[in-house]
Write a protein that binds this ligand. Structure first.
Ligand SMILES: Nc1nc2c(c(=O)[nH]1)N[C@H]1C(S)=C(S)[C@@H](COP(=O)(O)O)O[C@H]1N2
Ligand SMILES: [Mo]
Length: 187
């Protein structure tokens, strides 16, 4: 695909990788950090940083689109596919949505069917290096097909739910479906 076709409507390409969040850049101690998967799943999961890194990992190169209008191409992430977490935790049939829990009260939510796409990853590495603090160390979600407020930084866990629980920006007037190709910016 050529560069123009890869840019969703109303977006502008940037060369640097901006840092954006609602509050402060968090400083997370990886020795104290745990990842917790809970809710409507057969096998709840609790993993330390070391344990999380031992799960089967993948590298993926994807594009990133912020709702404020910038897009960044070809970010090379390393991490654990959401699909892998789903196969380990075995969501019940009733689990239709997932609330992603991040530091300092930031949450976002997505349908389980969106998260099990092949390009959705819990990233702990970027461009061959460990993820930096400002981009979400120790772990962030990356959902390339949605505006980046769905790509939560400083993730601590996921909750599998029957009904949707709109997150931080979704409650503040931003689109819950957040598809950049349909320019779903606001609700
Ligand atoms: N925890 C947390 N994650 C977050 C946000 C936030 O405010 N808090 N902002 C989102 C938004 S709006 C964007 S554009 C991306 C920015 O990611 P970056 O700083 O790695 O570029 O993070 C997303 N993830
Ligand atoms: Mo954003």
């Amino acid at each position: 695909m050529n560069k123009k076709d890869r840019l969703p409507p109303g977006q502008g390409l940037v060369e640097d990788f901006p840092v954006f969040q609602s509050g402060d850049i968090l400083e997370v101690d990886r020795k104290k950090w745990t990842f917790i998967a809970s809710g409507l799943i057969e096998k709840p999961l609790r993993a330390t940083y070391k344990e999380f890194l031992l799960l089967p990992s993948r590298e993926l190169t994807t594009d990133f689109h912020c709702v404020t209008g910038w897009s960044k191409f070809d970010l090379r992430w390393k991490g654990i596919l959401f699909k892998t977490i789903a196969s380990i935790t075995k969501p019940f049939k009733e689990a239709k949505f997932v609330e992603v829990i991040a530091g300092e009260g930031y949450t976002t939510s997505l349908p389980l069917s969106v998260l099990t796409d092949d390009d959705v990853i819990f990233a702990f590495g970027l461009k061959g290096k460990p993820l930096t603090r400002e981009h979400g160390f120790p772990l962030r979600l990356v959902v390339p097909k949605r505006y980046a407020y769905k790509s939560a930084k400083w993730v601590t866990g996921v909750r599998f739910l029957k009904e949707d629980r709109p997150g931080f920006w979704e409650k503040r007037g931003y689109s819950n479906s957040a598809d950049p190709w349909k320019e779903e910016r606001f609700s």
